[in-house]
Structures are given as C-alpha cells and as structure tokens.
Design a binder for this molecule. Sequence first.
Ligand code: HEM
Length: 494
Amino acid sequence: MYQTIILGSILLVSFYILKRVRKPKFNMPPLVRYNIPIIGHTYSYTFNSEEFLKQCKKEYGGIFSIYVWGQVRTIVGKEYSQEILSRDDAFNFGKAFFEIIPYDLLLKHMGLVNMLNMPKLLKEHIFCKLNFYSERMQKCLHSATQKYIDSNVHDDPKVFDNMYFLIIKIISTPVANVFIGEEESKYDEVVTTFAEFTSDLSTLIKIPPFLNFFYPGLLNRILVSSGLYNPAIKHRNILIKHIKNQVCKRLKGKAKYGDSWKRPDDLLQDIIEQENIDFNNVNYPSLADKMLLFLFASIHTTSNGCANAFMDLASHPQYIQELYEEQLEVHKEADENGVLPFEALDNMKKLDSFIRESLRLTGHILALDHSVLKDYTFSNGLQLPKDHTVKIYVDDIYQDELLQGPNPKSFEPFRHVDTNVPASKIGKNFMLFGGGKHACPGRHFAINEIKFFLHNIILKYNICTKSGKIEGRRMYGPTAYPSSSGIIIEKRVK
Ligand code: HEM
C-alpha cells in the first residue's frame, strides 16, 4: 500500500517536472505565477475563470500561459487570436478537440480519412442545397414544435424546465430528416439518438480531467475504451438498424424500378452514391459512425445557440412585440401549410440581429482550443512548440469597445440591424464559428434553423422566465451553457 502511494507520488512529481520543463532557447509566453505545485491555477481556472484571466492579462499581457490539470496551456487574447485562426498550417481545432472527446475510440469503424473528408462531404451535399431543404426543415420544425411544446400547452400557461433538452429534440428532427432520410427520421428512437448522442458526449467535456497530469485526455480515453462510458455503442446500434432498413428498401426499389426509381434526397443516399457502396457488402458500422460524427458538429452547437436565444427572448420580454410585428409581416408570405419561401429569411432582420446578439453573448470565457502543429513564432516574437495547446480568450474580444461598439457586454438585440451585419458573419469581433479557412461551414444551416424555429415560437406563444428575471448562462469553468431555469409558455391570443 505504502509502496503504491510512494510510487504514485514519485510518478506525479516526475510528470509535473517534465511538463514544466520549457524548450531551451524558446521565447515562450510568460507562465503566470502560482503557489501550490501540481494544483497550479486549476482552482481559479475552474471556479473563478473570468476574474482570474482578467487579472492574468493585466499583469502578463496579451499572451500568457497557465498551469491547469497538470498541463501548461497558453491563453491568447484579442491581439493575436486571428493568427491562430488564419494559420491552419500551424494550428488545428480538430486535434485539440479530439484530446477531450476521443473520437478515434468512439467512432473506431470510420477511419481518419473519412473524418477529414467530413467538411467537404457536407459542403458538397448539404450546405449548397439549403434552399432545396428549406421546406422540409420548416415542416419538421413545425411538427416537432407541435409535439414537444404545443401538445403540452393547453389553455393555461405551462412551466418548462431546462429548455435545452427539449430544444435539442426539436433541432434534431430536421437534421435527422436531411441526414438519414424522410422515412427513418419519423421514428422516435432515431430523433432521440440524434439528440442524445451529442448531449451524452458533452458529459465527457464536463468531467474534470484528473488524469491529464499523466497524459492529456487520459481519463476520457480510459472511460471510453473500457466501456465504462461509451455512448457511441448504444447509438451506433440504433443507427445501424435504421440504415439497414433504408439500404434494403432502396436496394429493392432500385432493382424493381430501374431508372424510374425515385431517388431519395438525403445525406445517406449522397454517401452511398459518392462512395459507390456495393449494396451486397455494406459496412454498416462505418456508415453509422459517419452519421455520428456529423451529429456532434451539428446538433449540440445549434441547440446550444437556439436554447440561449430562447432564454434571452424569455428574459427580455420588452423586445418581443417588435419581433412579433416583424414575424407577422414575414408570415404573409407563407403558404397554406405555414411554410415560408427561403427568401423570407432575409426579411427577418430584427430576428437575425437578435440571434446574432445572443450568439455574440454566448458567454464562454475561453473557447476554440487549437493544437500547435509545428513550432510557431507569433508576430510579437513569442514562440510555442509543436504539440502545445492554445485557448482563445474570447471574453477579451467580447469585452472590447473598439471591436464590439459601446456597452459591449450588455444585451442590445437590435444593435446589428443598423450595421446590417447578418448573424452568420464571422470576423475578428465574432468568433463563435471560428475563422479562416476552417470557419464553420454549417453556420448558415444552423442560423436558418434557429430563425425558422423562433419565427414560429414568436407567432404562437408568449414566453417569459418563471423567476421574472434575466436568466444568465450556466458556467462550467470557462465554458458557458444555456440556463436550465424555468420558462413559462402560454398560447398567444390572436
Ligand atoms: C450554432 C451552431 C454552430 C456553431 C457555434 C459551430 C461552431 C463551429 C466551430 C467553432 C468550428 C471550428 C472552426 C475552426 O476550426 O476555426 C466548426 C467547424 C465545423 N462545423 Fe460548425 N458550428 C455550428 C453548426 C454547425 C452545423 C449545423 C454543421 C453541420 C450541419 C456544422 C458543421 C461543421 C463542420 C463540417 C466543421 C469543420 C470545418 C472544417 O474543418 O473545415 N456546424 N463549427
């Protein structure tokens, strides 16, 4: 017993010393002073990140390093953050993300080539066809809103807790329709898998990474590879079942009708054709893993943004009337099923500005972790070695008056109407979608979905917070999540 403790302590101290050894002759960013070895800045980073980082920046300048969970991490403020996003030869988002979510273990049937090919596949088959998918997206949002909200709101107002879990189901409905097809997406368990896989994975993000002292991401790798926590297993099996259904059906249909077979329009069919999949020899686990990869990129992110916008709407009822009038006007263009033409999105100027403001104030203090791919020298001469991880100090960007305009931290939902900046516009003052060559290509898809959803909500319901107060974000260390506080929803009297 004593021997194990002694050996463990020796190992921990050796790792500590090793991690702190700095590359000789490297002009590394200053390491913020700390008092307790091993623990370093972990406590302040976790429980008081906003004030802690503000203080660090004041003392150490625009780039500094901190010691958290056994690792030295470099924090990059507003002055240098564009260098990270524009130099994709030197910095990589995916590599840093896989350190937290071990995709190679979770989606082991897919292979690295497929993983790297994901943005191209989505760009070629989904993002260039947003107009084509717009009607289906709206119909799915209508039916999901009916199912998850309307059917629970009768004559009296109804309180809903933790809107995120309800919104993630609503957001998953059109995504399932477009990804796996109209037929299979009608099954509850498919929508549930689309919704739950991403929320299950975010549990991995929230687990304190105790074993990073030994190796970054080690705890999550153990949890996933041992099967102690591997949400992909359950969800993969459900997807395999439904993908099989479709492949068999499509195989039979094509054999029976030949050239007159009506090809389904969805991502599944696009993948089958692009990869020339032989129907008699389908690798179902690989197809299912591909779907799972698309889900994390698309669902948690959009649901987070949508739930934040919903909470902001309920928290600021004084803006609802103005938004309502705009939606009434836009709705004149709807057909008898309530479906809007794609172009109607451009006429929701106030709603678009509201969403941009909500996204701008998402509330992360740090975000957009990137791995350093090769030794790098910043424009100010500071250097970082290969395999180091940097975090962008986004709160520094959102607090800046020069970048954001007056009262940068206050929620002013119509501030983007006059400047005519759409919600999807990225730039050095708006980094939620990253930037440079790898900026999120799904942002238009996400914003359209949020706009169509809120258009409907504003027309149909009155909403407010149960507390009657503004509900801010929930913080886990430097990362923000939508508030889980109660919301009152009642049907609007027309
Ligand atoms: C509010 C919703 C969303 C947010 C906040 C978001 C955020 C991001 C961020 C921060 C990145 C990394 C950018 C970088 O490396 O600089 C990214 C990349 C990506 N996102 Fe999104 N995203 C959202 C919605 C979506 C949706 C709906 C899809 C797909 C349907 C999607 C697909 C992708 C893909 C494929 C990439 C990788 C791009 C590349 O590596 O070239 N995203 N997203």
